[in-house]
Design a protein around this ligand. Structure first.
Ligand SMILES: NC(=O)C1=CN([C@@H]2O[C@H](COP(=O)(O)OP(=O)(O)OC[C@H]3O[C@@H](n4cnc5c(N)ncnc54)[C@H](OP(=O)(O)O)[C@@H]3O)[C@@H](O)[C@H]2O)C=CC1
Ligand SMILES: O=C(O)[C@@H]1CCC=N1
Length: 271
């Protein structure tokens, strides 16, 4: 079994929480090997109430105690973190950023360091079912790449992509959980409209999305083929599918992915 990784996470908000909780559950990091740097007492309170074992430090102390530093602040806050003076600075550290849109060039310039990995994770990392894409700057070694795969692989799948593909990763899997949650909520609403009690509708909707994703992943069959297997001639499903097509379901989802990718590019170009 690998040693826990000495990790600092800067930013304990939604994504920081999902990654930390997922990695602690997988024992890739432990309370002893982890340092959290956060900005305000309000979000610090969530940690003291829910995970009092997590040590909250200032940036300099945390970075000194760690081999890997993961920046999980909002894209506009990255420059502020990079500007903070650190004695001994980032030398010897592997730096990961999950900030949407912020490119490797800008990250490397900001901290004057090129051992940097840009990651786009997603919130199901919380339950070990995340999907991350990542790309590496030039000083990242094979050993570093193995460390990234160990960290991200502990909370789901991790796929190396080119930097030019990172905005598309954001559109599909970074933002994706929100679209899927909308789908579950809408499925349950439809169930309530058709007469089901809300808790039963929600249970059925959640398990349907979970089971379908599992079936696609485990059988390797094309979703179109699996969709056809549900639709009996003249039956209920084809009536529902026709309604979805009339209402532009596929186009709406494709446009949503494109909008997220476009916004990611905009975040990267705004200084
Ligand atoms: N949410 C998601 O699903 C995903 C988010 N991301 C990326 O993750 C990053 C964080 O997003 P998200 O977690 O949603 O945002 P949140 O606002 O939930 O979290 C950001 C956290 O950063 C803290 N913070 C702000 N400034 C500093 C600082 N200077 N030093 C230390 N901590 C600081 C904030 O603390 P406080 O609130 O106390 O100010 C807050 O806890 C973004 O860059 C986003 O693009 C990537 C993939 C998916
Ligand atoms: O909405 C956002 O900007 C972040 C990045 C991907 C998911 N959440």
């Amino acid at each position: 079994m690998n040693q826990p990784i000495k990790l600092t996470v800067v930013g304990g908000g939604q994504m920081g929480r999902a990654l930390i909780c997922g990695m602690m559950a997988a024992k890739t990091v432990t309370a002893e090997s982890l340092r959290l740097v956060n900005s305000s007492a309000i979000s610090g309170q969530w940690w003291s109430e829910n995970h009092p074992e997590v040590v909250i430090s200032d940036l300099e102390t945390a970075v000194q105690a760690s081999d890997v530093v993961l920046l999980a602040v909002k894209p506009h806050a990255i420059a502020g973190v990079a500007k903070q003076p650190l004695s001994g600075c980032w030398d010897g550290k592997l730096v990961l950023s999950v900030a949407a849109g912020v490119g490797l060039e800008s990250l490397c310039k900001g901290i004057n360091h090129r051992r940097v990995v840009r990651v786009m994770p997603n919130t199901p990392s919380l339950v070990g079912a995340g999907a991350s894409g990542f790309c590496c700057a030039e000083d990242v070694t094979e050993q570093d790449r193995a460390t990234v795969e160990q960290l991200l692989g502990a909370v789901g799948i991790a796929i190396q992509v080119t930097e030019s593909q990172m905005d598309a990763v954001t559109g599909v899997s970074g933002s994706g959980p929100a679209y899927v949650c909308l789908m579950v909520e809408a499925l349950a609403d439809g169930g309530v409209l058709a007469g089901l009690p809300r808790p039963i509708a929600m249970q059925l909707a959640t398990q349907t999305v979970f089971g379908t994703a599992k079936m696609i992943a485990e059988t390797g069959r094309h979703p179109g083929e699996l969709k056809d297997s549900v639709a009996s001639p003249g039956g209920t499903t084809i009536a529902a599918l026709a309604s979805l097509e009339h209402n532009g379901f596929r186009g709406a989802v494709i446009d949503a992915v494109a909008a997220s990718a476009r916004r990611s590019r905009e975040l990267g170009s705004s200084k």
